[in-house]
Write a new protein. Structure first.
Length: 99
């Protein structure tokens, strides 16, 4: 069974795969994608937008992935609840960082 890699991707404006208005997000995605494909050449890749709230199916994808990566450092902050670049509810923040 191939390795499954999920990328939490700021270069997707929504869960339908539309491009963002920020060209920098696309440049970051291209670089991250190139690196991940070099590390996992035979992997199956899933991309999930970070610009809108995740749906339950996305949490299942993440849970079932062998590896999950975040593309773009603006998503991370010392106070992620206040500096809300990443669309996560408080409950979902605990899912990612405290479980």
């Amino acid at each position: 069974m191939p390795t499954t890699v999920t990328l939490l991707d700021p270069s997707l404006r929504d869960h339908q795969g539309n491009n963002p208005t920020n060209l920098g997000d696309i440049v970051i995605y291209q670089s991250v994608s190139k690196c991940l494909q070099a590390i996992f050449p035979d992997a199956e890749f899933n991309r999930i937008s970070t610009h809108i709230f995740l749906e339950n199916r996305h949490y299942e994808q993440i849970k079932n992935s062998d590896f999950t990566f975040i593309g773009g450092t603006n998503l991370l902050s010392s106070d992620i609840k206040v500096y809300n670049q990443w669309k996560l509810s408080n409950q979902r923040l605990y899912y990612f960082f405290l479980t």
